[in-house]
Write a protein that binds this ligand. Structure first.
Ligand code: 3SL
Length: 242
């Protein structure tokens, strides 16, 4: 297995998507997606365009759908939800499809949507992702961070490092054998440095600070936890994760 980390959708190579691709947006899109599915959501359908989201979701029975939208960290007017995983309780989401559009996480997912095994990963479901990789044994895996509007993000990189670190522990691979690019080694180093204080790292991250200014302290706490949800969001048809 060769693992490649790309910090943003823009830095991800164009051309054929690999056998397995993992989109990461710890703050907060992939944390929210994992939470919805763990709470019994029927599926999560991802859109970059809000008008398209509205058009498609309107064809769905209203009692079976929820609309979630985030722009600049804030909830889109008229939608039931923003992008806080803490709002996705079983009482609210069970049996319903979440139609979601976010600024960066959506773009990461769409960038690798042609991969036959597209996963959404966050710290909270890291173990389920690693277990899937151990079972599938793909030749090539790309981890695509969402970043923030084209820039590097600490929180997505540390999640990539958490996945790589766990793969090293669970396989006989050396870092040199696993790493397809230098980004993998630096992600592992970041995770090794911060694994006992991931919340502290999220507080230092620029997007973490942006969310703190929006009073999302509890979201940061929740998203900084590792391996708390045994759920594997995987794309079934384009843009639909179950
Ligand atoms: O950019 C995104 O996709 C979002 O996850 C950002 S936010 O955490 O909802 O502000």
């Amino acid at each position: 297995m060769k693992l490649f980390v790309y910090h943003t959708p823009e830095l991800t190579p164009t051309g054929k998507a690999p056998e397995c691709a993992i989109a990461v947006d710890v703050l907060r899109a992939t944390s929210t997606i994992a939470t919805v599915l763990a709470a019994g959501g029927e599926a999560v359908q991802v859109f970059s365009d809000l008008d398209q989201l509205i058009e498609v979701s309107e064809k769905w029975p209203s009692e079976k759908r929820l609309r979630a939208g985030e722009r600049g960290g804030a909830k889109v007017a008229g939608f039931e939800l923003g992008n806080s995983p803490l709002d996705c309780t079983p009482e609210l989401v069970e049996g319903r499809r979440l139609f979601i559009s976010t600024t960066n996480g959506t773009r990461a997912l769409q960038r690798v949507q042609d991969s036959p095994n597209l996963l959404a990963a966050a710290l909270i479901n890291r173990a389920a992702v690693v277990q899937f990789l151990q079972e599938l044994q793909p030749e090539t895996v790309w981890i695509v961070g969402s970043g923030w509007e084209g820039s590097f993000s600490l929180e997505d990189t540390v999640c990539a490092g958490a996945i790589a670190h766990s793969l090293l522990e669970k396989t006989q691979l050396s870092p040199e054998e696993l790493a397809g690019n230098d980004e993998v080694i630096s992600a592992i180093a970041l995770y090794s440095q911060w694994q006992d204080n991931l919340l502290g790292l999220l507080h230092q991250a620029s997007h973490g600070q942006r969310l703190l200014r929006l009073d999302c302290h509890e979201d940061l706490k929740y998203c900084s936890q590792t391996d708390i949800l045994d759920v594997l969001p995987i794309q079934h048809e384009t843009g639909v994760l179950k």
